[in-house]
Ligand binder design. Structure first.
Ligand SMILES: Nc1ncnc2c1ncn2[C@@H]1O[C@H](COP(=O)(O)OP(=O)(O)OP(=O)(O)O)[C@@H](O)[C@H]1O
Ligand SMILES: Cc1cn([C@H]2C[C@H](O)[C@@H](COP(=O)(O)O)O2)c(=O)[nH]c1=O
Length: 673
């Protein structure tokens, strides 16, 4: 995985840097043009026609992609890319300049349509050029920085538009002149871009024959693939639905902001907030919810965006709407980055291209239909005044209805995507989410294990008396008719015995603390699978001499690794199996170590401070969850320790099986429910 932080390295490649400057300028110009054109269209019309005029701008911006999309890709491969880009930029400069000079709505539409057609040829020429300017191993970084510039320029454009609106509001009398100023600046960005690309002699000349796939064929092929793959089905439903909801917002935002008392500056701020939110969502969510299922997060992000939209539709306060818009953007940004990554990671390489082509076609259709439908829905709903209290009047107009409809669509598609893509079925969402927020992965007890027995663990430092007490407890339990399995760690399986030899042999030198932790965890995973879980499933009482807490105290306390991380590894290794009771025998380290006559093994040979840290580690675990532990002073006489253990264990034992059961099974009786 490449880190974004290393992107400046790519920018040191001079030709790529120039192309990137051109891309940034063009992206900035594109975003600024959406704001300026919709504002100008609004100012060229009056009353309810304003809705249709703004919607019209967006429709003509989307239409060319449907008609000329496949052709543009082919042109990029067939003609000289540098020339294509320079001509496209000069054309865009001229067309943008013409809009304020002509100053008519019909020309605004024609010019916008032509600009979009030209842009369609510019983009694939640029996309195809990048791999020729950077080495292969830098391509991913180059793509990252291009993506950041494309979307990062949106809030910059929005801020510029707001500032321009404020400044020009002082100088100019009407809104038309303000929008015109933005369009002039916009035109200049394309001229600079053309000059920058013209100077790029490194772009190789390109000639060749390329077939033009029909958009209809792509959609049909895509449908077939989507129908047979739940992941892509969920992604498609989510992405297309989110774009449809987004289309509703884009189509109505200008009118809604105006209805809330805002002008062009406020529109620019609200528009920019979507992208600020997107950037925050994209950046923060994957970090905060590092261990959370990406498939679940995808659906949840769309639902979250839908809920933010509900509030935007009903809370009619400009400042709150602007803040909620950032929330909406965050949801959209999270869904976008996850959708993008999931397609990259989980869709086979041979199908990825088709998936993208299909999604892009569908997204454009969805956007187009929504943007086109928005003015009609808003117009059909009309204006409604709802009275409340003595003098209160709540306005519910077309824009509110459109936003609410978009919100409902987002929530429904979010739910559908969640259902289709859920990769943790049966795991409660709230627990999964809470664990992820704590930085842990929620591991439930293995499904269907159906343990009926009792699981007891002895823990403590060296020579604390664990083996002695485990043996005495087993005798006491068997005397009462229980099926008891005594076991220990490490080394209760064939593989575990070999691991024990490696771990405790003083000849083992240079073993890293992490490797040591993993070897103990591997022994434990085998121990649980081979010995503990089968015994518990048949209803036995399992008494183990050491378990997970030994790793937390020895590798966490003794070796000073992070206890949380060790717990996480072990949760995974054991499938979350936790003892019903853990008995800690607490003795000062010199007392425990002094009880042995035999030579010390690799761990016992550690210095005293190590063993004292281990002791403190065990105590801390018991203090954190007292209900799961029984801490006993291990320096007491053996019988006294046994008595205290019996008192506590008795309370959690099930009723022994009636004596008759022994006759039936003719084996050691098992515990009944
Ligand atoms: N309460 C006690 N008082 C004094 N000596 C004891 C007590 N309990 C056990 N011992 C003795 O201490 C020694 C170590 O006991 P034991 O093997 O049970 O400890 P352990 O905790 O299992 O040690 P290990 O660190 O090897 O797991 C044995 O010789 C045992 O007889
Ligand atoms: C399970 C486990 C054990 N250890 C250490 C603790 C002891 O020094 C030895 C095991 O020897 P014993 O005589 O069987 O008690 O291994 C550890 O460091 N981490 C663990 O998870």
């Amino acid at each position: 995985m490449t880190r974004t932080g290393s992107s400046p390295g790519v920018l040191s490649i001079k030709p790529f840097r120039r192309l990137w400057i051109a891309l940034s300028l063009s992206s900035f110009g594109d975003w600024l043009s959406i704001l300026a054109l919709t504002a100008l269209a609004g100012s060229l019309t009056k009353g309810s026609a304003e809705n249709y005029a703004i919607g019209g701008v967006l429709v003509v911006k989307l239409l060319p992609a449907l008609v000329f999309g496949p052709l543009a890709g082919a042109v990029a491969d067939r003609f000289d890319r540098r020339t294509t880009m320079v001509i496209a930029d000069i054309l865009r400069f001229s067309l943008f300049l013409s809009i304020p000079l002509v100053g008519r709505l019909d020309w605004l539409y024609i010019a916008t349509f032509l600009i979009e057609v030209v842009t369609l040829f510019w983009i694939p020429a640029k996309e195809a050029t990048v791999p020729n300017l950077v080495p292969k191993d830098q391509l991913e970084k180059a793509n990252q920085i291009s993506l950041i510039s494309t979307y990062g320029s949106a809030p910059v454009a929005a801020a510029t538009f707001s500032v321009l609106a404020l400044i020009s509001g002082v100088v100019f009398a009407n809104q038309r002149q303000q929008a015109n100023l933005a369009l002039y600046i916009n035109a200049v960005t394309f001229l600079v871009s053309a000059a920058t690309i013209f100077s790029l002699r490194e772009i190789p000349r390109q000639r060749g024959k390329v077939s033009v796939p029909s958009i209809l064929k792509q959609i049909v092929a895509g449908w077939r693939f989507v129908g047979s793959t739940p992941l892509v089905r969920g992604l498609t439903v989510g992405i297309v639905g989110a774009f449809a909801a987004g289309g509703a917002v884009i189509g109505i935002a200008k009118v809604y902001v105006k209805a809330l008392g805002g002008g062009d500056a406020a529109y620019g701020v609200v528009f920019g907030m979507v992208f600020v939110g997107m950037a925050i969502g994209m950046f923060l969510a994957p970090r905060i919810l590092k261990d959370f299922s990406r498939r679940r997060l995808f659906g949840l992000a769309i639902i979250g965006a839908g809920l933010a939209l509900v509030l935007i539709a009903i809370i009619q306060n400009l400042v709150i709407v602007a803040l909620l818009t950032a929330l909406l953007g965050a949801g959209a940004g999270i869904a976008w980055v996850i959708g993008y990554t999931l397609i990259g990671l989980e869709v086979e390489d041979s199908l990825r291209g088709r998936t993208w082509a299909f999604l892009q076609s569908l997204v454009r259709v969805a956007l187009l239909l929504t943007v086109a439908a928005v003015p009609f829905i808003a117009g059909a709903v009309g204006q409604h005044r709802l009275k409340y209290g003595k003098n209160g009047v709540y306005h519910f107009d077309g824009p509110n209805a459109v936003l609410l409809l978009g919100a409902v669509v987002a929530v429904i598609v979010g739910l559908l995507a969640y259902k289709q893509m859920d990769d943790r079925k049966g795991i409660p969402l709230s627990r999964d989410l809470m664990a992820a927020l704590r930085g842990e992965e929620y591991t439930p007890e293995q499904p269907g294990s159906g343990e009926r027995g009792v699981f007891l663990a002895f823990e403590g430092g060296e020579g604390a008396g664990k083996t002695t007490q485990a043996r005495l407890l087993a005798i006491w339990l068997r005397d009462q008719g229980f099926d008891v399995v005594t076991t220990r760690e490490p080394g209760s399986s064939k593989m575990g015995m070999r691991l024990r030899a490696i771990l405790l042999d003083k000849e083992t030198t240079g073993l890293s603390s992490r490797a040591e932790t993993l070897l103990y965890a591997a022994d434990r995973a085998q121990h649980v699978a081979e010995v503990i879980r089968p015994a518990l499933q048949r209803g036995a009482i399992v008494v183990t001499d050491r378990y997970v807490d030994s790793s937390l105290a020895y590798q966490g306390g003794g070796r000073e690794l992070k206890v949380k991380e060790i717990a996480e590894v072990n949760r995974w290794a054991t499938g979350g199996l936790t003892p019903d009771l853990t008995i800690i025998l607490d003795v000062p380290s010199e007392v425990g170590l002094g009880r042995f006559a035999s030579p010390a093994d690799r761990i016992e040979s550690e210095p005293r401070e190590f063993h004292e840290r281990v002791r403190r580690g065990f105590r801390a675990l018991a203090e954190a969850e007292p209900h799961r532990y029984l801490v006993i002073d291990g320096t007491q006489p053996q019988q006294e320790i046994s008595r205290q253990i019996h008192d506590r264990v008795r309370a959690i034992l099930p009723d022994p099986v009636p004596a008759t059961a022994e006759a039936v099974t003719s084996t050691m009786p098992v515990i009944s429910d």
